[in-house]
Design a binder for this molecule. Structure first.
Ligand code: ADP
Ligand code: MG
Length: 696
């Protein structure tokens, strides 16, 4: 019997560095390396040579088309396919792929959101190869990761700003590392590992629910008697049909060179998680987009629907995307790793303190960066992070920082209070650093885990923010240390800076229960922002503070930020209004007719019997009342939508939706949900939560 190695095919669909080294003439390979290291730009000959090698490889692997794969501001990915085949001068078929086609493309940009960045007379947008992210083959298409910009060079996508923010953090962190004596370090790369949560339900059920098909979440439905109370799903054994699905997902991802590592059941029934091994942020974000795509398509093949929405079902956990973020030098030192040399410990303290200051200064922006219309239903709910940003450091680090300020260690659960700030750090027991699962931003031994991100979102923007806010503070610190010559002075000054930061920003540190009501009150007392809705948080994008931050670090221009906020507001309004319309439609064309069919025989019984049982009458009255609530509820919601449709400013319209229409949706839903609990199960035509969550 031939035993096949499941990892044999690892990376076979990825045109990675090893392949480039193998297939490119050495000078060409070297040029490419220099381009990646930003030391040179790609010339036409090099591009032609790379394109040629890429085409050969793609053809050998069955690819017939190529596409510039990009990430427009819709949050998903876009591609337009071109085949490799064209006629030559004599009309004979020729397989061609030029350096020009590799480097630059011109998709028609007019149907992607641009927030006014694209004047009508210049509908063109351009895609440019991001040569730091390898090309790959998907469904016989050679996909070339690209940035997407307007005629004037403004970014129209989620990748270009990310690349700029990587430059910003790299430069700033390198400055600090150099100041602390490590002169050889030239680059610092943000590393990210993204844990992706999702639901899997039977495709048949999915297709029967208009709300799931059109909005990705159920707009009504009640939890059956058995919810997630038993917590028996988490880490439980994986059902065989799901296991087959996961096996194929892993195979697909491995072929694409993605190190899919961990998979397990999540807390809610039918909820699962997949996590790859961390990589540089640009690649991690690209790979996460691919992972979501592979999950969806593979689910479909296995008769499932993969729900990536943040809150597909009310009453049980939603789905997030945990963003594990660290900074690693080009010689592989993790700057959040507490080292064993005192000098490095001070450097570590500088990085941690810079992060604390950055988060406290830009909490609203961080909150915004991890949100979307869907995440509004999840933030603050069971198990999920609240909408208040705070940092959990773990008692050990917190005590170290407290002792910096000269204060007595106050955090409970300390292992040792006799240390000085600069010793002993390397012995941090990692398991002790991540006990707080209720914190939106937790230090987990050598990285920060940002848990607020919604499952369906692109992870790009959250990382743009993490990179830029940290770069900004690091630059400021570097400035203050720049003139000092002697190591001792640098260290002393650095400790002073850290101490000051802690005094000024300790309000952002919180190690208690982030889901408790007490925390909401306490955070308010501390003056921490608590922005209830996504649409309100969008304002953070265009505040003077944010504009200064991003322009100072060359990540976004003011114009780009305004455009982005317009797109976000418009998306929120569109998503919300579609949901409301679907709910009205389902009420009128599915639920009310169901009730009508149910009520007629009942009414007849009550009419014909001399003394109908009180049950009949009670039921009739109840159904009658529910019918009325649904009918009027739909009408009221429809009226409200009409009323706010005239508001042309999307931000204002979004806020009106959130405060005026969303509560009406909730009211309408409560009538439908109440009906579901008294209805004859066998007659209920729509799949219920019980069907979807326990019989998928
Ligand atoms: P959890 O306990 O939250 O499930 P894991 O230890 O499984 O966390 O790791 C979650 C993710 O963090 C994985 O994708 C892992 O590769 C990533 N990760 C580990 N170390 C780092 C690091 N230094 N920087 C960034 N991500 C990291
Ligand atoms: Mg995690």
């Amino acid at each position: 019997m031939k035993i096949t190695d499941p990892f044999d095919e690892f990376g076979c669909l990825l045109f990675d560095e090893t392949l480039m080294q193998e297939r490119l003439p050495y000078p060409i390979y070297k040029r490419w390396k220099e381009t990646v290291a930003k030391e040179d730009s790609l010339d036409r000959n090099t591009a032609d040579a790379i394109a040629h090698a890429m085409k050969r490889w793609a053809q050998e692997n069955g690819a017939t088309h190529f596409t510039h794969w990009f990430q427009p501001m819709t949050g998903s990915t876009a591609e337009k396919h071109d085949s490799f085949i064209e006629p030559d001068e004599n009309g004979q078929p020729l397989v061609r792929f030029s350096g020009k086609s590799l480097i630059k493309g011109e998709p028609d940009a007019s149907s992607f959101p641009s927030g006014g960045l694209r004047a009508t007379f210049e509908a063109r947008g351009y895609t440019y190869w991001d040569c730091t992210s390898p090309a790959f083959i998907r469904d016989n298409i050679l996909c070339i990761p690209t940035v997407f910009v307007s005629y004037n060079g403004e970014s129209l996508d989620k990748k270009a700003p990310l690349l700029k923010s990587i430059e910003a953090i790299s430069a700033a962190a390198t400055r600090i590392v150099n100041i602390f004596g490590d002169k050889d370090v030239k680059r610092v790369i943000p590393m990210v590992g993204l844990e992706q949560e999702y639901f899997l339900i039977d495709k048949r059920y999915f297709e029967q629910r208009e709300d799931l098909v059109l909005t990705g979440r159920t707009l009504f439905g009640t939890m059956p008697a058995k919810g997630q109370e038993l917590e028996d799903h988490y880490f439980g054994s994986i059902p065989s049909r799901v296991a087959a699905f996961m096996k194929e997902v892993n195979q697909e991802l491995w072929k694409l060179g993605i190190y899919a590592k961990t998979e397990h059941n999540e807390v809610a029934p039918c909820q699962f998680e997949i996590a790859p091994i961390f990589s540089s942020v640009n690649i991690a974000v690209d790979q996460n987009q691919l992972t979501m795509d592979v999950l969806r398509k593979t689910a479909d093949k296995h008769g499932f629907a993969c729900l990536l929405h943040e809150k597909p079902f009310a009453g049980i956990n939603g789905s997030g995307k945990h963003n594990n973020w660290s900074l690693v030098t080009d010689d592989r030192q993790n700057l959040f790793e507490p080292g064993d040399k005192p000098a490095e410990n001070i450097r570590f303290l500088v990085f941690v303190c810079a992060f604390i200051k950055a988060v406290d200064q830009h909490a609203e922006l961080l909150r915004m960066s991890s949100s979307g219309a869907g995440n509004d239903h999840r933030l603050g709910a069971n198990e999920a992070p609240p909408a208040i940003i705070s940092i959990y450091l773990g008692s050990y680090i917190e005590n170290v920082l407290n002792s910096l300020k000269g204060a007595v260690a106050t955090v409970e659960d300390q292992q040792d209070s006799s240390f000085t700030p600069v010793s002993g750090l390397s012995y941090i027991p990692k398991d002790n650093t991540d006990r707080n699962r209720t914190s939106p931003l937790a230090f987990t031994g050598n990285k920060f885990e940002f848990r607020m991100l919604g499952s369906s979102l692109s992870a790009s923007f959250a990382n743009v923010v993490l990179n830029t806010i940290t770069a900004d503070v690091l630059n400021d610190i570097a400035q203050q240390l720049a003139d000092l010559k002697y190591k001792q002075d640098i260290r002393a000054r650095a400790l002073e800076i850290c101490t000051q930061i802690l005094k000024d920003h300790e309000r952002i540190l919180f190690s208690g229960d982030g889901y408790s009501q007490e925390w909401v009150a306490e955070a308010k007392r501390r003056g921490l922002p608590n922005i209830p809705s996504f649409v309100e948080s969008v304002s953070a994008l265009t505040s003077p503070k944010t504009i200064e931050l991003f322009t100072r670090n060359h990540v976004y221009t003011e114009k780009e930020l305004i455009a982005r906020s317009e797109i976000m507001n418009e998306q929120y309004v569109k998503i919300s209004e579609i949901e409301a319309k679907v709910l009205i439609d389902m009420t009128r064309t599915e639920i009310l007719p169901l009730l009508t069919r149910e009520i007629q025989p009942l009414a007849a019984v009550v009419r014909t019997l001399d003394q109908p049982a009180s049950y009949f009458k009670k039921q009739l009255t109840h159904l009658n009342e529910l019918m009325d609530r649904m009918d009027k509820g739909a009408e009221r919601l429809e009226g409200k939508l009409k009323e706010i449709a005239v508001v042309s400013d999307y931000h204002e319209r979004g806020i009106r939706f959130y405060y005026e229409a969303a509560p009406l949706m909730q009211q309408l839903r409560s009538a439908i949900d109440e009906h579901e609990t008294i209805f004859d199960k066998k007659q209920y035509v729509l799949p219920t939560y019980e069907d979807m969550l326990f019989h998928s």
